[in-house]
Design a protein around this ligand. Structure first.
Ligand code: PLP
Length: 281
């Protein structure tokens, strides 16, 4: 099992960092999670483009250009002989240096590794429960930064309440999930929060919007309230690992009849088709 770093591909067990590392001490870095279906990266370019946007936003140097980065990730997948459903985790931090808030003059630290990851087949079929929670995060959530404390706390609370995801709301408006984007369907119109600075611009979100447009569904990229969420005909969340995941309950309230909606199913199938997902369940 191998990991790719700025110094090349090495055995996973041989990667160590000094304790004075910007990611460890400050969360001073960015990351991506990329899906692998049957050994092939999905939405690879979209993730890499977002990585560069995140890097630019925090004035972090990505140690490679896009072509080299993509070629190296392909090499890593080959080296690990990935043939199943898996995911890649990649992070870049501002490097290892004595602890001081201002930027050090050292190279960035990059690592990427691949691990097996089955699709959440049962949940995709049945739908999942969610809870609502206050969005206490900062204004720049479009940056996929390592600072995930509010997301972690929200997801843990969801888990303790038997829910799959926590849905954030700010001033009564739904923003996104703790690790997903949120969509509702009302009267055959698809709503999702606009790709503003206060949410992550999900790669799956974007693909789903394209699929919805292709199927001539009316789309409104506008904010919607928690009341609108509860009164929706259908609700679903999207993410790299959750795909198009039906939501059947919010804070103990069933969404309509408590079953995945028809439009959700259509988008789910369209997503599986365009991602060339093989039935593995
Ligand atoms: N929003 C947040 C906060 C996330 O952490 C994620 C992904 O983990 C998403 C949305 C979905 O993004 P993507 O579709 O690119 O996986």
């Amino acid at each position: 099992n191998y990991v790719w770093t700025q110094n090349g591909i090495i055995a996973k067990d041989s990667l160590f960092y000094p304790f004075e590392e910007r990611g460890l001490q400050f969360g001073d870095g960015i990351y991506e999670v990329i899906r692998i279906y049957q050994g092939n990266y999905d939405l690879l370019e979209a993730h890499i483009d977002r990585l560069y946007r995140s890097a630019e936003a925090i004035r972090l140097q990505v140690p490679f250009n896009k072509e080299t980065l993509i070629a190296s990730l392909q090499k890593l997948a080959e080296k690990n002989a990935v043939e199943t459903d898996a995911k890649l985790y990649l992070q870049i931090t501002r490097g290892s240096a004595p602890r001081e808030h201002t930027f050090p003059n050292v190279p960035s630290n990059l690592y990427a590794y691949i691990e097996q990851s089955a699709r959440p087949a049962a949940q995709l079929q049945q739908g999942v429960r969610t809870i609502l929670t206050e969005d206490i995060r900062w204004d720049l959530c479009y940056i996929k930064s390592l600072n995930l404390l509010p997301n972690i706390l929200a997801k843990q609370t969801a888990k303790e309440k038997g829910a799959y995801e926590a849905i954030f709301h700010k001033n009564g408006q739904v923003t996104e999930g703790s690790s997903s984007n949120v969509f509702i369907v009302k009267d055959n119109v698809l709503y999702t929060h606009p790709a503003a600075q206060n949410i992550l611009h999900g790669c799956v979100r974007n693909r789903v919007l394209n699929l919805a447009a292709e199927s001539a569904l009316e789309i409104q990229e506008t904010t919607f309230s928690t009341q609108q969420l509860l009164a929706a005909d259908e609700v679903f969340i999207t993410s790299t690992t959750s795909e198009v995941m039906p939501v059947i309950e919010v804070d103990g309230n069933c969404i309509r009849n408590g079953k995945p909606g028809v439009i959700t199913r259509k988008l789910q199938l369209a997503y599986e088709k365009v991602s060339e997902i093989q039935e593995t369940a």
